[in-house]
Design a protein around this ligand. Structure first.
Ligand code: MN3
Length: 208
């Protein structure tokens, strides 16, 4: 089994004006695709690892052979991070989160406004390339960052959603204005999809 680039579940221009078509095309078909092909190349000599999902590779990264570990960290991380990113954004629907994610946000941060402020601040303070993440644990949400393409999965944490803070995610439209990109991203967050992920995670916790 080899890893493959998941198709985008919407048209590349459907996030405009917040994320432009050209950025979406390059980001998905070039950047993400490169992580997938580099991951596959790294696993070529490790047939036993080729049956594992990218999530399983990252969760078990410490037990991987030393020669393949850096590639899984970089390219497996890049593949998993982007696969999650695409499905937790979507065409703008407007409006704040509802349902379970709204409850979890209110419980953890007091209000959506204060969550938004905290998350944005964390995203702006991240130096260099990386990601800001929201992680759920027993119904409470926390905000963490990772550098480069490091995945929270490699630290035993499952990200609910995250924001790509590499310049390739915003430079064409926003140049160096990361704050404008972060502000724009709130308009394309797919709260219904995040609610579904949250429901699965909370069901998983109950089942343990
Ligand atoms: Mn990216």
């Amino acid at each position: 089994m080899t890893h493959s680039l998941p198709p985008l579940p919407y048209a590349t221009d459907s996030l405009e004006p917040f994320i432009d078509r050209q950025t979406m095309e390059l980001h998905h078909a070039k950047h993400h695709a490169a992580y997938v092909s580099q991951l596959n190349a790294a696993l070529e000599r490790h047939p036993a690892l080729q049956t594992l999902s990218v999530e399983a590779l990252l969760r078990g990264i410490r037990s991987l052979p030393g020669q393949v570990r850096p590639a899984v960290r970089k390219y497996g991380g890049g593949h998993a991070n982007h696969s999650l990113f695409w499905v937790t954004i979507g065409p703008p629907t407007g409006g704040p989160p509802a349902g379970a994610i709204a409850d979890a946000i209110n419980t953890s941060f007091g209000s959506f406004a204060s969550f938004k402020e905290r998350f944005s601040k964390v995203a702006l303070n991240l130096f260099g390339s990386g990601w800001a993440w929201v992680i759920e644990h027993h119904g409470r949400l926390t905000i963490v960052t990772t550098a480069n393409q490091d995945s929270p999965l490699a630290r035993g944490r499952s990200p609910l959603f995250g924001l790509d803070l590499w310049e390739h995610a915003y430079y064409l439209l926003y140049q160096n204005r990361r704050a404008d990109y972060v502000n724009a991203w709130w308009n394309v967050v797919n709260w219904p999809a995040i609610n579904e992920r949250l429901a699965h995670e909370m069901a998983g916790v109950v089942a343990h």
